[in-house]
Design a protein around this ligand. Structure first.
Ligand code: 5GP
Length: 181
C-alpha cells in the first residue's frame, strides 16, 4: 500500500495485511499441531481480538470452540493498572477444558495476568495465550505468552481490531497513529 492511500491519521504501516495473513496461517498450524487430540476452546477478549479470532479460528483445521469475555481495565491515560472488572463473562464452563486466550496486543501484561489467574481459578485443564502483537514492556512481567504474532516497538498502534476512540478497528493492517496534528 502506498503512503498516499493511508488515512491521514496513520503515520505508517507497521504490519501489512499480507504479513498478518502469513503469520496467522503459521500460528494456526502450530496450534493445531500442539492441540492434536485435544479440544481447544478459544477465548477472545473483546473487542480488540475480533479480527485475530476470526482469522485464526478459520485458519485452524480443528473446528475450535469459541467464547468471549469483555473486561475493563482501570488505568491512568493509556496505561492499565491491572485492576480489572468483568463486563461480559464466558458462556461456557471451562472446568477441565483446554483454554487458549486470544489477544490483540499485550502491552504491560497486567490485564492478561489478571485474566490468567481468573481462568486458572475456574479449573481449566490448561490455559495458554496467543497474541497477535506484543510490546517490549510485556517481557518484564511474569506472563507466559506461548504464541506471538509480532513483537513490535512501544508505539501506539491501531487497525486489525485495535482502536483509538473506537476508530480504525477495521483497517486490515496494523499502523502507527500519528501523534502530532
Ligand atoms: P496491558 O494490560 O497489557 O497493558 O493492556 C492491554 C490492553 O491495552 C490491550 O488489550 C489494548 O486494549 C490496550 N492497548 C495496549 N497497547 C495498545 C496499542 O498500541 N493500541 C491500542 N489501540 N490499544 C492498546
Amino acid at each position: 500500500m502506498s503512503a498516499a492511500d493511508l488515512p491521514v491519521e496513520i503515520e505508517h504501516v507497521l504490519v501489512t495485511q499480507e504479513q498478518i495473513a502469513q503469520r496467522i496461517s503459521e500460528l494456526a498450524a502450530e496450534i493445531d499441531a500442539d492441540y492434536a487430540g485435544r479440544n481447544v476452546l478459544l477465548v477472545g477478549v473483546l473487542k480488540g481480538a475480533i479480527m485475530v479470532m476470526a482469522d485464526l479460528s478459520r485458519a485452524m483445521s480443528s473446528d475450535p470452540a469459541v467464547d468471549w469475555m469483555a473486561v475493563s481495565s482501570y488505568g491512568v491515560g493509556t496505561k492499565s493498572s491491572g485492576v480489572v472488572r468483568i463486563l461480559k463473562d464466558l458462556d461456557i464452563d471451562i472446568s477441565g477444558r483446554h483454554v487458549l486466550v486470544v489477544e490483540d496486543i499485550v502491552d504491560s501484561g497486567l490485564t492478561l495476568s489478571w485474566l490468567l489467574r481468573n481462568l486458572n481459578s475456574r479449573g481449566a485443564a490448561s490455559v495458554e495465550v496467543c497474541t497477535m502483537l506484543r510490546k517490549p514492556e510485556a517481557a518484564r512481567v511474569e506472563v507466559r505468552v506461548k504464541y506471538v504474532g509480532f513483537d513490535i516497538p512501544a508505539e501506539f498502534v491501531v487497525g486489525y481490531g485495535l482502536d483509538y476512540a473506537e476508530r480504525f478497528r477495521s483497517l486490515p493492517y496494523v499502523g502507527v497513529l500519528r501523534t502530532t496534528p
